[in-house]
Design a protein around this ligand. Sequence first.
Ligand code: CAA
Length: 240
Amino acid sequence: MGKVAIVTGGTRGIGEAICIALKDAGFKVAANYAGNAERAKAFTERTGIPAYQWDVADHAACLEGCAKVAADLGPIDVVVNNAGITRDGTLLKMSYEAWKEVIDTNLGGCFNMAKATFAGMKDRGWGRIVNIGSINGQAGQYGQVNYAAAKSGIHGFTKALAQEGAKFGVTVNAIAPGYIDTDMVAAVPADVLAKIVAKIPVGRLGQASEIARGVAFLCSEEGGFITGSTMSINGGQHMY
Ligand code: CAA
């Protein structure tokens, strides 16, 4: 029987590509989504992957949602914390709400999902947690103090939890995507985006499937010696 994977923000963009890659790799996959029921329905019809609605920023909802996934599919072995939002703006224009929503969703979501699943992985002696960070958490980005802080926090969270999971067979890694061809990046003003793309050495945006391939690798048996790492997939835009 295949291992069970849950992907947050899994019904579109990078999350959808991750769901498909994990399904192709033999996992029983569940996708979480926040609110777009129409897109989620279309996703399930297209992929055959069930979708579950809850807000990852809501701690109790994560506990309940993961319990439902486990009841339907079996104990959760793999968590991909992909759900993320942007509320871009310079600090002078950024509201407290725009700060808090991004921190609670992008970073708080990782804590909430780990709390819901880590103990089970530990008890069964096997687990994979992959957190989707960002180039902007590594390098910073003008107009994104909230997003950069949350994503940078994800990279620290990953290294700390990796140390706790290692002796239980639970690996915890991050992927730091660069600018990927998704709705989120399409929302960046065209002139700003053109300047960003001009600085990507490979000369193009990334594809969601190029992130998904990295996630599938980290979740595989062969990835068992990789923990606490951050895989940068950014077309050479930021190297460290
Ligand atoms: N460095 C230095 N100065 C900059 C700058 C930069 N990178 N970008 C803009 N500025 C300057 C401008 O030149 C301008 O200066 P003047 O007032 O002296 O002319 C000033 O800042 C104001 O710039 P904007 O007109 O852009 O300000 P705005 O308030 O209209 O917009 C913004 C600000 C919303 C942050 C806009 O610049 C923006 O959308 N930037 C893109 C942010 C971004 O990359 N988001 C990524 C989203 S995708 C994602 O996050 C996925 C992922 O993980 C990669």
